[in-house]
Write a protein that binds this ligand. Structure first.
Ligand code: S3P
Length: 174
């Protein structure tokens, strides 16, 4: 198998699930947000403020392209907006098995309401923003996913176990 790629909205659990999943599957973890921050030597919030969102989006595409050079199979956790560019979706599909962590606006809001590290949600009505963005993004996430995992009301460890089973099943199927 190539890489296992986690997609989903902010707060859907990609980073936490990715961390645990990489341990379970014995694969290294790549978190593209962190990789971009390391390469650019600044946080995503700083990048949005200093260089603008389009600069960050360009770095996301460059980061995705750089993943073709990875030799081993990895768990890759993507930023929530990465699949929105069509060229990114083509790359994501080529990179491996795509898992969508699907969460409701309520679940997301509960998880991110005290978070200040996500510039897109630093607004007057974060709940409304989440609902609007998710309505736009959900069909795109669904379209690029090989496997959809519903995360509402589930513990992270159970989400991880579901992914492990789904990935192993798919692996035998191929
Ligand atoms: C974004 C999601 C963030 C980060 C940036 C933009 C988005 O990643 O890439 O703030 O557009 O949904 P997480 O999904 O890991 O929070």
């Amino acid at each position: 198998m190539k890489h296992v790629i986690l997609i989903g909205f902010m707060g859907s659990g990609k980073s936490t699930v990715g961390f645990r999943l990489s341990y379970k599957l014995k694969k290294c973890l790549i978190d593209t947000d962190k990789l971009i921050e390391e390469r650019e030597k600044m946080s995503i919030s700083e990048m949005f403020a200093a260089k603008g969102e389009s600069y960050f989006r360009q770095k996301e595409t460059e980061c995705l392209n750089s993943l073709f050079h990875e030799l081993g199979s990895r768990v890759i956790s993507l930023g929530g907006g990465t699949p929105m560019r069509e060229e990114n979706r083509e790359i994501i599909k080529q990179l491996g098995k795509v898992i969508y962590l699907q969460a409701s606006p309520d679940t997301i809001y509960q998880r991110v309401k005290h978070d200040t590290s996500r510039p897109l949600l630093q607004c007057e009505n974060p709940k409304g923003r989440i609902e609007a963005l998710l309505a736009e993004r959900n069909p795109i996430y669904e379209g690029v996913a090989d496997i959809i995992i519903h995360v509402d009301g589930k513990e992270m460890k159970d989400v991880v176990q579901e992914i492990v089973e789904a990935v192993q099943y798919e692996d035998f199927g191929n």
